[in-house]
Design a protein around this ligand. Structure first.
Ligand code: NI
Length: 155
């Protein structure tokens, strides 16, 4: 591990320390490592559209719209190779929240997410993409005997 010195002004330091406390990080270093991992991963995902990923897609919809419910079911069945699991939560009398775990090529996962988001009546769609191990040609190496983590930012 290498030591990197970061300079922040007083306001930035106070704001950052508040985040460290609020999110329960053990140290500033742990919080900064998390930020760096996210930045590196976001960069990798935008630069390697052909890579593999795991992802969580969440959205809310009104289950009283029968064509919408049928359309969402059809979309998930048509992409059963990408859909790992879906959790359905009945939020209230009208609204359902679905949280779907996806796995596969980034382009295909994005296309499915776009299709669901574009379906009329679907709201608050959020896609959290995480690049999967071995998804890039940049040579993510593991030492012998080390079990490959599920995610590169495994912690
Ligand atoms: Ni429901």
């Amino acid at each position: 591990m290498q030591r990197v010195t970061v300079s922040l002004d007083e306001d930035e330091t106070a704001a950052f320390d508040a985040i460290v406390v609020e999110q329960g990080y053990a140290s500033r270093s742990e919080a900064i490592r998390d930020l760096v991992r996210r930045a590196v991963d976001a960069r990798r995902l935008t630069s390697t559209i052909d890579g593999a990923c795991v992802a969580n897609l969440s959205y809310v919809y009104d289950h009283h719209l029968p064509t919408l419910v049928r359309r969402l079911t059809e979309l998930q069945h048509a992409n059963h190779d990408l859909v790992v699991a879906t959790t359905h939560v009945h939020l209230d009398h009208d609204n359902c929240l679905e949280s779907t775990m996806l796995k596969g090529p980034v382009a295909a996962v994005r296309a499915l997410a776009d299709g669901i988001e574009a379906t009329g009546g679907v709201r608050y769609t959020t896609l959290n993409l995480i690049s999967a191990p071995g998804s890039t040609s940049s040579g993510h190496k593991h030492s012998p005997g080390h079990t490959q983590p599920l995610l590169p930012n495994d912690r």
